[in-house]
Ligand binder design. Structure first.
Ligand SMILES: NC(=O)C1=CN([C@@H]2O[C@H](COP(=O)(O)OP(=O)(O)OC[C@H]3O[C@@H](n4cnc5c(N)ncnc54)[C@H](O)[C@@H]3O)[C@@H](O)[C@H]2O)C=CC1
Ligand SMILES: O=C(O)C(=O)CO
Length: 386
Protein backbone atom coordinates (compact mmCIF):
# COMPACT_ATOMS: atom_id res chain seq x y z
CA UNK A 1 0.00 0.00 0.00
CA UNK A 2 1.53 3.31 -1.09
CA UNK A 3 1.96 6.02 1.53
CA UNK A 4 -0.23 9.17 1.35
CA UNK A 5 1.32 12.31 -0.18
CA UNK A 6 0.68 15.97 0.61
CA UNK A 7 -1.52 17.83 -1.88
CA UNK A 8 -3.12 21.21 -2.51
CA UNK A 9 -6.58 21.13 -4.13
CA UNK A 10 -8.11 23.65 -6.54
CA UNK A 11 -11.78 23.53 -7.61
CA UNK A 12 -12.70 20.51 -5.45
CA UNK A 13 -16.00 19.90 -7.28
CA UNK A 14 -14.48 19.71 -10.75
CA UNK A 15 -15.58 16.73 -12.85
CA UNK A 16 -12.13 15.68 -14.11
CA UNK A 17 -9.32 14.98 -11.66
CA UNK A 18 -5.94 16.26 -12.92
CA UNK A 19 -2.84 15.73 -10.79
CA UNK A 20 0.39 17.71 -11.04
CA UNK A 21 3.32 16.00 -9.37
CA UNK A 22 4.89 19.42 -8.60
CA UNK A 23 3.80 23.01 -8.06
CA UNK A 24 4.51 24.77 -11.39
CA UNK A 25 5.16 28.49 -12.09
CA UNK A 26 2.26 30.87 -12.76
CA UNK A 27 -1.47 30.38 -12.33
CA UNK A 28 -2.65 30.40 -15.95
CA UNK A 29 -2.26 26.64 -16.23
CA UNK A 30 -4.43 26.13 -13.13
CA UNK A 31 -7.09 28.57 -14.34
CA UNK A 32 -7.27 26.95 -17.78
CA UNK A 33 -7.92 23.56 -16.18
CA UNK A 34 -10.46 24.91 -13.67
CA UNK A 35 -12.39 26.74 -16.42
CA UNK A 36 -12.84 23.38 -18.14
CA UNK A 37 -14.30 21.66 -15.06
CA UNK A 38 -11.12 20.07 -13.72
CA UNK A 39 -10.33 19.46 -10.07
CA UNK A 40 -6.60 20.22 -9.86
CA UNK A 41 -4.47 18.47 -7.25
CA UNK A 42 -0.88 19.63 -6.82
CA UNK A 43 1.63 17.57 -4.90
CA UNK A 44 3.32 19.78 -2.31
CA UNK A 45 5.67 17.18 -0.79
CA UNK A 46 9.01 18.74 0.17
CA UNK A 47 10.97 15.85 -1.38
CA UNK A 48 12.47 16.97 -4.74
CA UNK A 49 12.30 13.71 -6.70
CA UNK A 50 9.14 11.67 -6.20
CA UNK A 51 9.42 7.88 -6.33
CA UNK A 52 7.21 5.71 -8.49
CA UNK A 53 5.46 4.64 -5.28
CA UNK A 54 4.74 8.29 -4.35
CA UNK A 55 3.22 8.90 -7.78
CA UNK A 56 1.10 5.73 -7.64
CA UNK A 57 -0.32 7.09 -4.37
CA UNK A 58 -0.99 10.46 -6.03
CA UNK A 59 -2.79 8.85 -8.96
CA UNK A 60 -5.10 7.03 -6.53
CA UNK A 61 -8.27 5.30 -7.67
CA UNK A 62 -9.65 7.92 -10.05
CA UNK A 63 -7.45 10.17 -12.09
CA UNK A 64 -8.08 11.57 -15.57
CA UNK A 65 -4.63 12.93 -16.28
CA UNK A 66 -1.22 13.69 -14.79
CA UNK A 67 1.31 16.46 -15.38
CA UNK A 68 4.74 15.09 -14.43
CA UNK A 69 8.40 16.02 -14.37
CA UNK A 70 11.55 14.85 -16.16
CA UNK A 71 12.94 13.53 -12.85
CA UNK A 72 10.21 10.86 -12.70
CA UNK A 73 10.32 7.36 -14.10
CA UNK A 74 7.22 7.08 -16.28
CA UNK A 75 7.10 3.43 -17.30
CA UNK A 76 4.91 0.34 -17.05
CA UNK A 77 4.08 0.76 -13.35
CA UNK A 78 2.87 4.35 -13.60
CA UNK A 79 1.02 4.00 -16.90
CA UNK A 80 -0.77 0.87 -15.70
CA UNK A 81 -1.72 2.70 -12.45
CA UNK A 82 -2.99 5.69 -14.45
CA UNK A 83 -4.93 3.45 -16.78
CA UNK A 84 -6.55 1.58 -13.83
CA UNK A 85 -7.60 4.98 -12.45
CA UNK A 86 -9.33 5.77 -15.78
CA UNK A 87 -6.57 8.16 -16.94
CA UNK A 88 -6.03 8.90 -20.61
CA UNK A 89 -3.35 11.57 -20.57
CA UNK A 90 0.11 12.32 -19.22
CA UNK A 91 2.32 15.28 -20.04
CA UNK A 92 5.93 15.88 -19.12
CA UNK A 93 6.61 19.50 -18.20
CA UNK A 94 9.66 19.33 -20.51
CA UNK A 95 10.46 18.98 -24.18
CA UNK A 96 12.78 16.01 -23.55
CA UNK A 97 10.93 12.83 -22.66
CA UNK A 98 13.69 10.24 -22.26
CA UNK A 99 12.21 9.57 -18.78
CA UNK A 100 9.03 8.25 -20.43
CA UNK A 101 8.53 4.77 -21.82
CA UNK A 102 6.27 5.74 -24.71
CA UNK A 103 5.67 2.08 -25.65
CA UNK A 104 4.23 1.47 -22.19
CA UNK A 105 1.95 4.50 -22.62
CA UNK A 106 0.87 3.23 -26.05
CA UNK A 107 -0.01 -0.15 -24.53
CA UNK A 108 -2.52 1.58 -22.22
CA UNK A 109 -3.73 4.08 -24.85
CA UNK A 110 -2.37 7.00 -22.83
CA UNK A 111 -1.36 10.17 -24.67
CA UNK A 112 2.10 11.51 -23.82
CA UNK A 113 2.62 15.26 -24.08
CA UNK A 114 5.77 17.38 -24.08
CA UNK A 115 6.45 21.13 -24.27
CA UNK A 116 8.46 22.04 -27.39
CA UNK A 117 9.25 25.51 -28.70
CA UNK A 118 8.57 27.53 -25.60
CA UNK A 119 12.02 26.79 -24.17
CA UNK A 120 14.07 27.01 -27.36
CA UNK A 121 15.53 30.51 -26.95
CA UNK A 122 15.85 30.30 -23.16
CA UNK A 123 17.83 27.07 -23.35
CA UNK A 124 19.98 28.35 -26.20
CA UNK A 125 20.70 31.50 -24.18
CA UNK A 126 22.04 29.42 -21.30
CA UNK A 127 24.24 27.42 -23.68
CA UNK A 128 25.53 30.75 -25.05
CA UNK A 129 26.08 32.03 -21.48
CA UNK A 130 28.09 28.93 -20.58
CA UNK A 131 30.10 29.28 -23.79
CA UNK A 132 31.03 32.86 -22.92
CA UNK A 133 31.64 32.09 -19.27
CA UNK A 134 33.99 29.25 -20.24
CA UNK A 135 35.78 31.24 -22.96
CA UNK A 136 36.39 34.23 -20.66
CA UNK A 137 36.84 32.23 -17.42
CA UNK A 138 34.15 34.25 -15.67
CA UNK A 139 33.45 31.83 -12.80
CA UNK A 140 37.14 31.40 -11.92
CA UNK A 141 37.61 35.19 -12.03
CA UNK A 142 34.55 35.76 -9.84
CA UNK A 143 35.84 33.28 -7.24
CA UNK A 144 39.24 35.00 -7.35
CA UNK A 145 37.68 38.42 -6.62
CA UNK A 146 35.52 37.10 -3.78
CA UNK A 147 38.54 35.42 -2.24
CA UNK A 148 40.20 38.88 -1.99
CA UNK A 149 43.03 37.85 -4.28
CA UNK A 150 42.88 40.76 -6.75
CA UNK A 151 46.00 42.93 -6.34
CA UNK A 152 45.65 44.90 -9.58
CA UNK A 153 45.59 44.57 -13.39
CA UNK A 154 48.09 42.13 -14.87
CA UNK A 155 48.82 41.28 -18.52
CA UNK A 156 48.36 37.56 -17.88
CA UNK A 157 45.41 37.58 -15.49
CA UNK A 158 42.60 35.21 -16.59
CA UNK A 159 43.47 35.27 -20.25
CA UNK A 160 40.83 33.37 -22.21
CA UNK A 161 39.67 32.78 -25.81
CA UNK A 162 38.34 35.31 -28.32
CA UNK A 163 35.27 33.82 -30.00
CA UNK A 164 35.16 36.11 -33.06
CA UNK A 165 36.40 34.28 -36.13
CA UNK A 166 36.59 30.91 -34.34
CA UNK A 167 34.41 27.93 -35.22
CA UNK A 168 31.34 26.91 -33.27
CA UNK A 169 30.30 23.26 -33.58
CA UNK A 170 26.74 22.16 -32.95
CA UNK A 171 25.77 18.53 -32.48
CA UNK A 172 22.01 18.18 -32.89
CA UNK A 173 20.88 21.23 -34.87
CA UNK A 174 17.18 20.96 -34.06
CA UNK A 175 15.16 23.75 -32.44
CA UNK A 176 17.59 24.56 -29.61
CA UNK A 177 20.82 23.71 -31.45
CA UNK A 178 19.82 25.97 -34.35
CA UNK A 179 18.84 28.83 -32.03
CA UNK A 180 22.20 28.51 -30.24
CA UNK A 181 24.08 28.40 -33.56
CA UNK A 182 22.38 31.60 -34.70
CA UNK A 183 23.27 33.36 -31.44
CA UNK A 184 26.93 32.41 -31.72
CA UNK A 185 27.20 33.19 -35.44
CA UNK A 186 25.31 36.46 -35.34
CA UNK A 187 26.44 37.61 -31.90
CA UNK A 188 30.12 36.68 -32.10
CA UNK A 189 30.72 36.24 -35.83
CA UNK A 190 31.77 32.63 -35.45
CA UNK A 191 31.85 30.19 -38.35
CA UNK A 192 29.52 27.20 -38.03
CA UNK A 193 30.06 23.48 -38.45
CA UNK A 194 27.18 21.22 -37.47
CA UNK A 195 26.25 17.58 -37.34
CA UNK A 196 22.69 16.30 -37.36
CA UNK A 197 20.93 13.35 -38.92
CA UNK A 198 18.88 15.87 -40.90
CA UNK A 199 19.84 18.94 -42.87
CA UNK A 200 19.00 22.23 -41.16
CA UNK A 201 18.14 24.25 -44.26
CA UNK A 202 16.79 27.28 -42.38
CA UNK A 203 19.97 27.52 -40.34
CA UNK A 204 22.15 27.22 -43.43
CA UNK A 205 20.14 29.96 -45.17
CA UNK A 206 20.48 32.21 -42.15
CA UNK A 207 24.27 31.89 -41.99
CA UNK A 208 24.58 32.38 -45.76
CA UNK A 209 22.47 35.55 -45.62
CA UNK A 210 24.36 36.87 -42.61
CA UNK A 211 27.68 36.15 -44.31
CA UNK A 212 26.52 38.10 -47.37
CA UNK A 213 25.43 40.98 -45.17
CA UNK A 214 28.85 41.12 -43.49
CA UNK A 215 30.64 40.94 -46.82
CA UNK A 216 28.52 43.75 -48.27
CA UNK A 217 29.59 45.84 -45.29
CA UNK A 218 33.26 45.18 -45.80
CA UNK A 219 33.55 42.66 -42.96
CA UNK A 220 34.86 39.09 -43.03
CA UNK A 221 31.86 36.86 -43.86
CA UNK A 222 30.82 33.99 -41.60
CA UNK A 223 30.59 30.49 -43.13
CA UNK A 224 28.77 27.24 -42.45
CA UNK A 225 29.35 23.56 -43.16
CA UNK A 226 27.26 20.48 -42.49
CA UNK A 227 29.69 17.78 -41.32
CA UNK A 228 29.27 14.22 -42.53
CA UNK A 229 30.33 12.84 -39.15
CA UNK A 230 30.37 14.00 -35.56
CA UNK A 231 34.15 13.51 -35.46
CA UNK A 232 34.60 16.21 -38.08
CA UNK A 233 32.89 18.68 -35.73
CA UNK A 234 34.94 17.52 -32.76
CA UNK A 235 38.22 17.91 -34.63
CA UNK A 236 37.51 21.31 -36.14
CA UNK A 237 35.42 23.33 -33.74
CA UNK A 238 36.73 25.60 -30.99
CA UNK A 239 33.43 25.60 -29.08
CA UNK A 240 31.15 22.56 -29.28
CA UNK A 241 27.61 22.55 -27.95
CA UNK A 242 25.52 19.38 -27.59
CA UNK A 243 21.79 19.60 -28.36
CA UNK A 244 20.56 16.16 -29.49
CA UNK A 245 17.74 14.18 -27.91
CA UNK A 246 18.92 11.47 -25.52
CA UNK A 247 18.33 8.01 -26.97
CA UNK A 248 20.35 4.87 -27.73
CA UNK A 249 22.19 6.66 -30.56
CA UNK A 250 23.33 9.57 -28.39
CA UNK A 251 24.18 7.80 -25.10
CA UNK A 252 27.88 8.54 -24.39
CA UNK A 253 28.16 10.21 -27.77
CA UNK A 254 31.06 12.11 -26.22
CA UNK A 255 33.41 9.55 -24.65
CA UNK A 256 37.12 9.04 -24.01
CA UNK A 257 37.90 8.67 -27.72
CA UNK A 258 35.85 11.61 -28.90
CA UNK A 259 37.30 13.85 -26.19
CA UNK A 260 40.78 12.99 -27.47
CA UNK A 261 39.74 14.08 -30.97
CA UNK A 262 38.91 17.59 -29.76
CA UNK A 263 41.37 20.49 -29.66
CA UNK A 264 43.33 20.68 -26.40
CA UNK A 265 41.88 24.11 -25.65
CA UNK A 266 38.36 23.47 -26.95
CA UNK A 267 35.22 24.35 -25.02
CA UNK A 268 32.45 21.76 -24.62
CA UNK A 269 28.93 22.75 -23.60
CA UNK A 270 26.12 20.37 -22.63
CA UNK A 271 22.56 21.62 -22.17
CA UNK A 272 20.93 18.47 -23.57
CA UNK A 273 20.99 15.44 -21.24
CA UNK A 274 23.82 14.27 -18.97
CA UNK A 275 24.27 10.76 -20.39
CA UNK A 276 25.18 12.22 -23.80
CA UNK A 277 28.65 12.60 -22.21
CA UNK A 278 30.59 9.84 -20.46
CA UNK A 279 31.10 12.01 -17.39
CA UNK A 280 33.81 9.88 -15.75
CA UNK A 281 35.87 10.10 -18.98
CA UNK A 282 35.25 13.84 -19.05
CA UNK A 283 36.64 14.27 -15.51
CA UNK A 284 39.84 12.46 -16.55
CA UNK A 285 40.10 14.59 -19.69
CA UNK A 286 39.68 17.81 -17.68
CA UNK A 287 42.43 16.70 -15.31
CA UNK A 288 44.83 15.91 -18.14
CA UNK A 289 44.01 19.01 -20.21
CA UNK A 290 43.81 22.13 -18.04
CA UNK A 291 43.21 24.35 -21.09
CA UNK A 292 40.11 22.33 -22.07
CA UNK A 293 36.91 23.80 -20.57
CA UNK A 294 33.35 22.62 -20.13
CA UNK A 295 30.05 24.24 -19.29
CA UNK A 296 27.55 21.71 -17.98
CA UNK A 297 23.87 22.19 -17.20
CA UNK A 298 23.11 18.47 -17.07
CA UNK A 299 24.81 15.47 -15.46
CA UNK A 300 24.90 11.75 -16.05
CA UNK A 301 23.30 10.71 -12.74
CA UNK A 302 21.37 13.78 -11.65
CA UNK A 303 21.35 15.12 -9.02
CA UNK A 304 24.83 13.63 -8.50
CA UNK A 305 28.12 14.43 -10.21
CA UNK A 306 30.89 11.96 -10.98
CA UNK A 307 33.72 12.07 -8.42
CA UNK A 308 36.20 14.85 -9.09
CA UNK A 309 34.03 17.00 -11.35
CA UNK A 310 33.21 19.59 -8.67
CA UNK A 311 36.95 20.11 -8.01
CA UNK A 312 37.81 20.98 -11.60
CA UNK A 313 38.53 24.69 -12.14
CA UNK A 314 38.07 24.21 -15.90
CA UNK A 315 34.43 23.12 -15.44
CA UNK A 316 31.45 25.43 -15.01
CA UNK A 317 28.54 23.55 -13.50
CA UNK A 318 24.95 24.71 -13.04
CA UNK A 319 21.93 22.69 -11.83
CA UNK A 320 19.81 21.95 -14.94
CA UNK A 321 18.52 25.52 -15.27
CA UNK A 322 18.73 25.99 -19.03
CA UNK A 323 14.96 26.49 -19.41
CA UNK A 324 14.65 28.52 -16.22
CA UNK A 325 13.24 31.86 -17.38
CA UNK A 326 9.87 32.93 -15.95
CA UNK A 327 8.20 33.20 -19.36
CA UNK A 328 9.44 29.80 -20.44
CA UNK A 329 8.60 27.94 -17.25
CA UNK A 330 5.08 29.43 -17.17
CA UNK A 331 4.72 28.51 -20.84
CA UNK A 332 5.88 24.95 -20.19
CA UNK A 333 3.28 24.62 -17.40
CA UNK A 334 0.58 25.94 -19.74
CA UNK A 335 1.51 23.59 -22.60
CA UNK A 336 1.69 20.58 -20.26
CA UNK A 337 -1.73 21.39 -18.75
CA UNK A 338 -3.27 21.90 -22.20
CA UNK A 339 -1.82 18.60 -23.45
CA UNK A 340 -3.63 16.79 -20.65
CA UNK A 341 -6.81 18.86 -20.94
CA UNK A 342 -6.97 18.38 -24.71
CA UNK A 343 -6.95 14.59 -24.38
CA UNK A 344 -9.52 14.62 -21.56
CA UNK A 345 -11.83 16.81 -23.66
CA UNK A 346 -11.13 14.72 -26.78
CA UNK A 347 -9.75 17.69 -28.68
CA UNK A 348 -7.54 16.99 -31.70
CA UNK A 349 -3.76 17.31 -31.57
CA UNK A 350 -2.24 20.60 -32.78
CA UNK A 351 -0.85 20.09 -36.28
CA UNK A 352 2.50 21.85 -35.77
CA UNK A 353 4.22 21.42 -32.39
CA UNK A 354 6.91 23.86 -33.55
CA UNK A 355 4.33 26.64 -33.64
CA UNK A 356 2.85 26.77 -30.16
CA UNK A 357 2.52 30.59 -29.78
CA UNK A 358 -1.31 30.59 -30.03
CA UNK A 359 -1.42 28.62 -26.76
CA UNK A 360 0.73 31.15 -24.91
CA UNK A 361 -1.14 34.41 -25.43
CA UNK A 362 -2.51 35.34 -22.00
CA UNK A 363 -5.21 37.55 -23.54
CA UNK A 364 -6.93 35.03 -25.78
CA UNK A 365 -8.34 31.58 -25.01
CA UNK A 366 -6.05 28.82 -26.30
CA UNK A 367 -7.02 26.74 -29.35
CA UNK A 368 -9.14 23.66 -28.59
CA UNK A 369 -6.25 21.25 -29.18
CA UNK A 370 -3.43 19.47 -27.36
CA UNK A 371 -0.28 21.45 -28.26
CA UNK A 372 2.12 18.48 -28.52
CA UNK A 373 1.41 14.77 -28.13
CA UNK A 374 4.46 12.66 -29.00
CA UNK A 375 2.54 9.40 -29.54
CA UNK A 376 -0.35 10.96 -31.48
CA UNK A 377 0.39 8.78 -34.52
CA UNK A 378 0.69 5.55 -32.54
CA UNK A 379 -2.65 6.26 -30.87
CA UNK A 380 -4.20 7.44 -34.17
CA UNK A 381 -5.38 10.69 -32.56
CA UNK A 382 -7.11 13.21 -34.83
CA UNK A 383 -5.05 16.22 -35.93
CA UNK A 384 -6.32 19.77 -35.66
CA UNK A 385 -7.20 21.48 -38.96
CA UNK A 386 -6.59 24.95 -37.43
N1 LIG B 1 19.01 21.46 -20.10
C1 LIG B 1 17.74 21.76 -20.23
O1 LIG B 1 17.12 22.33 -19.34
C2 LIG B 1 17.04 21.40 -21.46
C3 LIG B 1 17.41 20.30 -22.19
N2 LIG B 1 16.74 19.99 -23.34
C4 LIG B 1 17.19 18.83 -24.11
O2 LIG B 1 17.46 19.26 -25.44
C5 LIG B 1 16.96 18.29 -26.34
C6 LIG B 1 16.71 18.92 -27.70
O3 LIG B 1 15.57 19.75 -27.69
P1 LIG B 1 15.00 20.39 -29.04
O4 LIG B 1 16.06 21.14 -29.75
O5 LIG B 1 13.75 21.09 -28.71
O6 LIG B 1 14.68 19.07 -29.85
P2 LIG B 1 14.73 18.82 -31.43
O7 LIG B 1 14.03 17.52 -31.63
O8 LIG B 1 14.24 20.02 -32.15
O9 LIG B 1 16.31 18.64 -31.74
C7 LIG B 1 17.03 17.51 -31.49
C8 LIG B 1 17.94 17.28 -32.68
O10 LIG B 1 18.83 16.19 -32.38
C9 LIG B 1 19.05 15.51 -33.59
N3 LIG B 1 19.60 14.17 -33.34
C10 LIG B 1 18.98 13.06 -32.91
N4 LIG B 1 19.83 12.04 -32.84
C11 LIG B 1 21.05 12.51 -33.21
C12 LIG B 1 22.33 11.95 -33.34
N5 LIG B 1 22.54 10.66 -33.08
N6 LIG B 1 23.34 12.74 -33.75
C13 LIG B 1 23.13 14.05 -34.02
N7 LIG B 1 21.91 14.64 -33.94
C14 LIG B 1 20.91 13.88 -33.53
C15 LIG B 1 17.68 15.47 -34.25
O11 LIG B 1 17.74 15.17 -35.62
C16 LIG B 1 17.18 16.88 -33.96
O12 LIG B 1 17.50 17.79 -35.00
C17 LIG B 1 15.72 17.74 -25.63
O13 LIG B 1 15.38 16.46 -26.10
C18 LIG B 1 16.12 17.75 -24.18
O14 LIG B 1 16.67 16.51 -23.83
C19 LIG B 1 15.71 20.75 -23.78
C20 LIG B 1 15.31 21.85 -23.10
C21 LIG B 1 15.93 22.26 -21.87
O1 LIG C 1 12.52 20.53 -21.22
C1 LIG C 1 13.49 19.80 -20.97
O2 LIG C 1 13.75 18.79 -21.63
C2 LIG C 1 14.34 20.12 -19.81
O3 LIG C 1 15.39 19.57 -19.64
C3 LIG C 1 13.92 21.14 -18.84
O4 LIG C 1 13.49 22.26 -19.41
Amino acid sequence: MAKPVQIEVWNPNGKYRVVSTKPMPGTRWINLLIEQDCRVEICTEKKTILSVEDIVALIGEKCDGVIGQLTEDWGEVLFSALSRAGGKAFSNMAVGYNNVDVNAANKYGIAVGNTPGVLTETTAELAASLSLAAARRIVEADEFMRAGRYDGWLPNLFVGNLLKGQTVGVIGAGRIGSAYARMMVEGFKMNLIYFDLYQSTRLEKFVTAYGEFLKANGEVPVTWRRASSMDEVLREADVISLHPVLDKTTFHLVNKESLKAMKKDAILINCSRGPVIDEAALVEHLKENPMFRVGLDVFEDEPYMKPGLADMKNAIIVPHIASASKWTREGMATLAALNVLGKIKQYPVWADPNRVEPFLDENTPPPAASPSIVNAKALALPVSKL
